[in-house]
Ligand binder design. Structure first.
Ligand SMILES: Cc1cc2nc3c(=O)[nH]c(=O)nc-3n(C[C@H](O)[C@H](O)[C@H](O)COP(=O)(O)O)c2cc1C
Length: 444
């Protein structure tokens, strides 16, 4: 991560905060205010109560995510979803072998939780939380490695409480460990390399090894080192590694916490991570992530959009150009080269089949619409045809993995495309020069 921070600095994409900030609300407020006006990453050099600086918003830019997987940005003609689908195909056909490579780790240091930034993000959060912690674990029976984010409430130097969604692979691993009456050894990675971050965002089948997926993104084996307190090799260049065990049969109060949907998840009894020790690189950099902000949404959105894109292409649906899950995950927008009057509906139904994690609505648009701008997509629906025949609701179908009260049931499909035989009526008008003139030459 530190190499990436350096690269962003060199490219003028890093804002540095020299002033000491309070980890209770002030740091999060600066992240939110900066993200409102810029996609730049942030480096907080001085945080009250800790000697460790923190980076933020490293992943809050679609263009940067494109560069991370070696593809030009959309404005340069590249496509994240196409490249990600190609990487997934290559991963299934022939993963990098071996996926991990043992290396020496020089200059490791030991620290404790209370020496790290203790950041409280939202007004009603139960306390300080780790929000960018990637849990690395191996399945107790198969040994398959999994990477996934789990927010962690900071309780003491020896305890974190973490939330594990029922459908996530870590829940399956924990259930297998608990069935044997065993704790699950895990490493929580803070400030891992970008390929680890991206692999953790991808929801691969339980049998897929996500360190191998990280190797595929990296293009070579992931360097790992033995951990110091548990029996698990961890990615060597991670800034901070919390080594510990998730206790079997133990649940303690965690939350409330303001998470990605923009609401507080109420407190509940969740898993307990007993900290065995914390190792860091020399002069580590912490990673502070504001949940629900672009840094949370962009990587998850793009990973889900790529999964839907791949599903549509594999299902043999013609004319699929691009997929986006903006503005915030529950929605999918698909850009097509329309082939027939029924084509958009076929796309909508297939997109509903792609996954049930975050899928409440699917909107299909023509090639000239910006799929990352829901205002444009909605405007296309309102102006390019009838409202009544181009929208439909499917009752009772699940669309969100976490839905105990049925609040997310049902799907909405919207065909926002124009009729094929009336294309000439919908050519977008343009003012020559409007995109290229420099207003500074005109305004005083
Ligand atoms: C920043 C961030 C925070 C997240 N926090 C949690 C969390 O606290 N609990 C959880 O169950 N999932 C959380 N998730 C979602 C999962 O980590 C993510 O969907 C992951 O891909 C699950 O992978 P798996 O199903 O392959 O294990 C978070 C995701 C991100 C990007």
């Amino acid at each position: 991560m530190r190499n990436y921070v350096e690269a962003l600095k060199a490219g003028g994409e890093l804002r540095v905060v020299e002033r000491t900030v309070d980890p209770r609300f002030e740091l999060a407020a600066v992240i939110a205010a900066s993200q409102r006006e810029s996609e730049a990453a942030l480096l907080f050099r001085s945080i009250k109560g800790s000697a460790v600086p923190a980076a933020s918003n490293l992943y809050g830019s679609h263009d940067r995510l494109c560069h991370m997987i070696g593809v030009p940005t959309a404005s340069e003609g590249g496509s994240f979803v196409e490249r990600w689908a190609a990487l997934s195909d290559a991963f299934e056909a022939k993963p990098i072998d071996p996926p991990i490579r043992l290396t020496n780790a020089d200059g490791l240091a030991e620290t404790k939780l209370s020496a790290l930034p203790a950041i409280t993000y939202h007004e009603k959060d139960a306390g300080p939380y780790i929000t960018a912690g990637i849990v690395l674990a191996r399945h107790p029976e198969s040994g398959t490695a999994n990477l996934s984010f789990h927010r962690a409430m900071q309780v003491s130097d020896s305890e974190l409480r973490i939330r594990i969604g029922d459908t996530h692979d870590l829940a399956g691993m924990m259930a297998a460990a608990e069935a044997q009456g065993e704790a699950l050894e895990v490493a929580m990675l803070i400030g891992a390399a970008p390929e680890i971050f991206l692999a953790a965002c991808a929801s691969l089948p339980p049998e897929a090894d996500e360190l191998a997926a990280a190797a595929m993104i990296r293009g070579e084996a992931v360097p790992v080192r033995p951990s110091s307190h548990i029996n698990l090799a961890v990615p060597t260049d991670t800034e901070i590694v919390i080594e510990g065990r998730i206790l079997p049969g133990e649940r303690r109060p965690e939350g409330p916490f303001g998470e990605f949907l923009g609401y507080y998840v109420p407190g509940g009894n969740n898993h307990v991570l007993e900290i065995a020790g914390i190792t860091t690189r020399r002069d580590p950099i912490y990673h502070a992530l504001l949940c629900g902000s672009p840094e949370d949404m962009r990587p998850l959105e793009t990973a889900i959009a790529a999964r839907i894109y791949r599903h549509l292409v594999k299902a043999g649906i013609p004319g699929i150009i691009d997929v986006s899950c903006r503005p915030r995950l529950m929605n999918t927008v698909v850009k097509i080269d329309k082939q027939s009057a029924d084509h958009p509906r076929e796309v909508i139904m297939a997109a509903f089949d792609a996954h049930t994690d975050y899928s409440k609505s699917v909107v299909v648009v023509d090639q000239d619409i910006d799929i990352n701008d829901m205002n444009q997509a909605w405007w296309a629906y309102l102006t390019r045809g009838r409202a009544d025949t181009r929208a439909f609701v499917i009752k009772d179908r699940p669309g969100f993995y976490r839905d105990p009260k049925g609040d997310y049931l049902g799907r909405l499909g919207i065909d926002a495309t124009m009729p094929l035989d009336r294309k000439f009526e919908f050519e977008l008008k343009r003012v020559p020069g409007a995109d290229t003139i420099d207003l500074k030459d005109y305004l005083t």
